[in-house]
Design a binder for this molecule. Structure first.
Ligand code: AMP
Length: 291
């Protein structure tokens, strides 16, 4: 596996791959790999001639007082894992190369970024959209792979790719979970054993939503109440939001339907976690395999 840090060098390489008619799959990440990342990498490896994984903890998507400084990093381990998965190129630029002096250009995706996490983390999706736009320009992928764990992010990126005519295929892959249901996340490493136990309340709230739907319930308020009750039962948990939204518009639904998305964010003490499920379309039983 080759490690490239210069955006310019990466772009030249990507252009060479294009000239040789090799299909390039890009997996953008902030590193500290877990099985969620690896599922994207494996899919890219299966689909494409060349797999590029980007590893960049993007400063512009973190708000003031968020965890940019302490975000977990272990590039040697990530290199080993990526090599073992047959990744061709790891693109790991420095922030000073991605945002050189005088940098002033940002990408704003409207509407979709104003709800859910966008409403609670001002500027977050502007940072995400900007860095993804840059990564697409640098790596010129045919396909880019994202996880449904970050549901809103995936919708924002699909919109961005279509609106700015990137001509890239955006693949969104299922959420990989721990055996007890907790969605895998680099931020899970912040949790103490007791917090880790309580953190399953996000998953349990989503499982409750699936159960309600299976029982025939369709009133959003009932879902929100019951999901909140599950989360609130854990003393360390503080709900940031719980919503049932339209899968594309991300706006609250008047009636819960198959395909509606239950999404929530909660703090477990200081650690903010997110999770979601597509109502009526997933088996969220405890111990279910990665879904
Ligand atoms: P991150 O490094 O957290 O920015 O994540 C990089 C990519 O992996 C994003 O597209 C995420 O949505 C995806 N991802 C993160 N966690 C999971 C998970 N548990 N299951 C599937 N994909 C994930």
């Amino acid at each position: 596996m080759e490690i490239v840090t210069s955006p310019r060098e990466m772009q030249t390489k990507a252009e060479e791959f294009r000239r040789k008619k090799l299909s390039l799959g890009l997996v953008p990440t902030m590193g500290y790999f877990h099985e969620g990342h690896l599922s994207l990498i494996r899919r890219a490896r299966a689909d494409c001639d060349v797999v590029v994984v980007s590893l960049f903890v993007n400063p512009t998507q973190f708000g003031a007082g968020e965890d940019f400084e302490r975000y977990p990093r272990d590039i040697e381990r990530d290199e080993r894992l990526a090599t073992a998965e047959g990744v061709d190129v790891m693109f790991a630029p420095e922030a000073t190369d991605m945002y050189a002096e005088g940098y002033t250009t940002y990408v704003d995706v409207e509407r979709l970024t104003e709800v859910l996490c966008g409403a609670r983390r001002p500027g977050h999706f502007r940072g995400v959209a900007t860095v993804v736009a840059k990564l697409l320009n640098i790596c010129r992928p045919e396909v880019a792979y994202f996880g449904r764990k970050d549901y809103q992010q995936a919708q924002v990126i699909k919109r961005l790719a279509a609106d700015l005519n990137y001509g890239v295929k955006i693949e969104v892959l299922p959420i990989v979970r721990e055996a007890d249901g907790l969605a895998m996340s680099s931020r899970n490493s912040y949790l103490s054993p007791e917090e880790r136990r309580q953190a399953t309340c996000l998953y349990r709230a989503l499982a409750r939503a699936q159960a309600l739907f299976a029982e025939g319930e369709r009133r959003p308020a009932k879902f929100l109440d019951e999901m909140a009750a599950v989360a609130k039962a854990e003393p360390a948990a503080e709900i940031d939001y719980i919503e049932i939204v339209h899968p594309l518009e991300l706006t609250p639904v008047p009636k819960v339907e198959a395909g509606s998305v239950a999404a929530l964010a909660a703090f477990i003490n200081k650690t903010r976690l997110i999770d979601n499920t597509i109502i009526g379309e997933e088996d969220l039983k405890v111990g279910a395999r990665p879904c």
